[in-house]
Design a protein around this ligand. Structure first.
Ligand code: SAM
Ligand code: SF4
Length: 327
């Protein structure tokens, strides 16, 4: 019983936010102060998350992503990873993290069976990093990348949000670095999911502009990827270095969207930009059987809208920030 929506999109990818808490305060994601975090009892337990993984596995899901908030601030994440891999040993499992705790945790995560890690890093310049994350921790993130590489994560993907009049200089800098280290650097177009609601279209560095900046280091060629991969991938023609662009704003990939999201407190969202959510926690904590939850999920997926409306006058920014949805 695959989950197919009214636009014939089959779903096999679940992003799980394990916490809404974070040790950073990136300006495009969280307010500097005044975040109200969820009380612990509101957050799904690892057992509850694993049950959703088991149910979705039985519905044909093969791709899972752990995110947050900062997923590594939640204790014993390796326990959840082990549970998930027991359910589906060959699932495509990835973690997105800001990297600060990787120096201590990379080995533990690898030993639990995780093989894919995406590390968010917007700038290789200390003052810009501080400006964007509001934390002076670039050195720690670089150590985290080093640690992940040492324990065997390969390739390491780096995600950088590209913002106009702010991160242009990062393009050639990251391109050089990607070519030297072999890490894959992907640039994400800035999306309207910031807490301060200062996003506007003029601040979006477009895929086209990003590619132009990256081309200063050499000619790029397209790598054919999977249609549901949000990143468009490129390699330098001389064979040294891979980069990518996630163009959610200027080239939306909604037509091929295959994912749903589970928030830390147990809401299913069918889109990052959904205005409505569907509470699975009450089913998990109530008496619903797995079969009832499967039918409920099928119905939820059928309500999915065809795409987001960023840039159009009908667009309404979600009340949640990216950190509380799970990016
Ligand atoms: N804390 C982890 C991290 O930063 O990697 C995981 C959660 S974070 C919400 C996931 C990704 O969303 C990060 O790569 C972050 O840069 C991205 N992100 C957050 N807010 C964004 C926005 N307004 N536009 C584009 N990407 C954003
Ligand atoms: Fe935290 Fe990640 Fe949001 Fe930055 S992008 S505030 S690290 S959740």
């Amino acid at each position: 019983m695959p989950l197919i929506d009214n636009y014939r999109r089959a779903h096999d990818d679940l992003r799980i936010s394990v916490t809404d808490r974070c040790n950073f305060r990136c300006f495009y994601c969280m307010p500097e102060e005044g975040m109200n975090f969820l009380p612990q009892e509101e957050i799904l337990t690892y057992e509850e998350m694993a049950r959703v993984v088991r149910i979705t596995t039985e519905l044909g899901f093969v791709s899972y992503h752990l995110t947050g908030g900062e997923p590594l601030v939640r204790k014993n994440l390796d326990v959840l990873i082990r549970k998930m891999l027991e359910i589906q040993p060959d699932m495509d499992l990835a973690l997105t993290t800001n990297g600060v705790f990787l120096p201590e945790m990379a080995q533990q995560l690898y030993d639990a069976g995780l093989r894919r890690v995406n590390i968010s890093l917007d700038s290789l310049d200390e003052s810009k990093f501080l400006l964007m994350t509001r934390r002076n921790l670039l050195g720690r993130v670089m150590e985290g990348i080093e640690a992940a590489s040492k324990v065997g994560f390969n390739p390491i993907k780096i995600n950088a949000v590209a913002i106009k009049n702010l991160t242009e200089e990062e393009l050639p800098r990251f391109a050089k670095w990607a070519r030297e280290t072999g890490h894959i650097v992907r640039f994400i177009e800035y999306m309207p999911l910031d807490a301060d609601k200062t996003w506007n279209r003029e601040k979006v560095m477009s895929a086209e502009e990003i590619l132009e900046g990256l081309s200063s280091e050499g000619d790029l060629e397209l790598i054919n990827g999977h249609p549901s991969d949000p990143a468009t991938r490129y390699r330098y023609k001389d064979g040294k270095g891979e980069v990518g662009v996630i163009a959610s704003v200027t080239r939306p990939f909604c037509e091929d969207c295959n994912r749903i999201r589970l928030t830390a407190e147990g809401e299913i969202r069918t889109c990052l930009f959904s205005a409505v959510e569907h509470n699975i926690k009450s089913l998990l904590r109530g008496k619903a059987s797995d079969d009832e939850i499967k039918e409920w999920l099928a119905e939820v997926v059928r309500t999915k809208t065809p795409g987001h409306l960023i840039g159009q006058k009908e667009f309404v920014q979600p009340s949640r920030t990216m950190s509380s949805i799970g990016g």
